[in-house]
Design a protein around this ligand. Structure first.
Ligand SMILES: O=C(O)CCC(=O)C(=O)O
Length: 281
């Protein structure tokens, strides 16, 4: 895996905003291969006509089975986002979730609605909103252009990863008004990373073309992957490169050091300082 060094300005922006845009993360051939595989998986969704007044029917969020497709499997490691995520979390990570999200035209009326502002991984349900840790980062790859607002891009409340209470929505409103809501305009091949604590929401696609993204979540290895994530069996794992093997659960127990990414980080000069159990006082 090639080093994509996290610049101090990128770290600052990510720490401040809770997300970071990576322009031209994927080349056109990679996007085309992902779209081809994705469209095959989404065949029945793409074949049916859009359903008016039932917006959820125009929204596909496909999670299991993606890694059986070679272009999706390659993307687990072969992406400029992954070295950045290693530098932001640590080498001790694995793949935690996968999703392919297609949104068809939501219909004429343009009524705003949201599919739910939330923080990822449901941690606040147990720990509350205060003092939450950053334990995972998702990368979202655009497979289509998102040329204007309301094109189906996920919405982000900038800086809301620092909030210590629930997001406040005025009665009858779908978005908060005390934080900046970002509806990003991006091109196919662009990507962005976002962390588990940031409030975000699915939003409808009011443009007349189908919007397409893929999201991969990476998290510390002590976070149990989502149940639908089918890692390759041991025989297939052995055929993969060491970093992909680590990311796909190749080390069974948490006490095994994350050799592959540790080795990569040491050679790249981005190994985080070791945190000792004890110090001499
Ligand atoms: O469908 C979307 O745009 C948002 C997806 C989302 O909220 C998530 O993956 O956590």
């Amino acid at each position: 895996m090639e080093l994509n060094r996290l610049e101090p300005e990128q770290r600052r922006a990510f720490d401040e905003d809770g997300f970071l845009v990576l322009r031209n993360a994927l080349d056109a051939d990679t996007v085309a291969a992902l779209v081809k595989a994705g469209d095959r998986l989404a065949g029945s969704f793409l074949d049916k006509p859009p359903v008016s007044h039932k917006t959820n029917y125009n929204h596909l969020d496909l999670r299991p089975g993606l890694l059986r497709e070679q272009p999706f499997l390659s993307l687990v490691t072969q992406s400029p986002a992954v070295p950045l995520i290693v530098q932001l979390l640590s080498p001790n990570i694995h793949l935690h979730s996968t999703a392919m999200i297609y949104k068809r035209w939501a219909g004429e009326d343009g009524t705003p609605f949201r599919i739910g502002w939330h923080r990822d991984i449901r941690i606040p349900r147990d720990l509350g909103h205060s003092g939450l840790p950053r334990v995972g980062i998702k990368v979202c790859y655009c497979l289509t252009d998102f040329p204007e607002r309301d094109s189906g891009m996920t919405l982000f409340a900038r800086g809301s990863h620092k909030k210590t209470d629930p997001l406040a929505l005025r009665k009858g409103e779908v978005d908060p008004d005390d934080v900046e809501v970002c509806d990003m305009q991006l091109n196919a091949g662009d990507a962005f990373i976002f962390e588990n604590r940031i409030f975000h929401s699915a939003a409808p696609n009011f443009s007349k073309r189908t919007s397409k993204v893929i999201m991969y979540g990476y998290a510390y290895r002590w976070m149990k992957p989502e149940v639908y994530l089918e890692n390759p069996d041991d025989r297939r794992l052995m055929m993969l490169d060491p970093i992909t093997r680590q990311l796909l659960g190749g080390y069974k127990d948490i006490d095994t050091p994350p050799w592959a990414l540790q080795d990569w980080a040491s050679r790249a000069g981005v190994m985080p300082p070791a945190i000792p159990w004890t110090v001499e006082v």
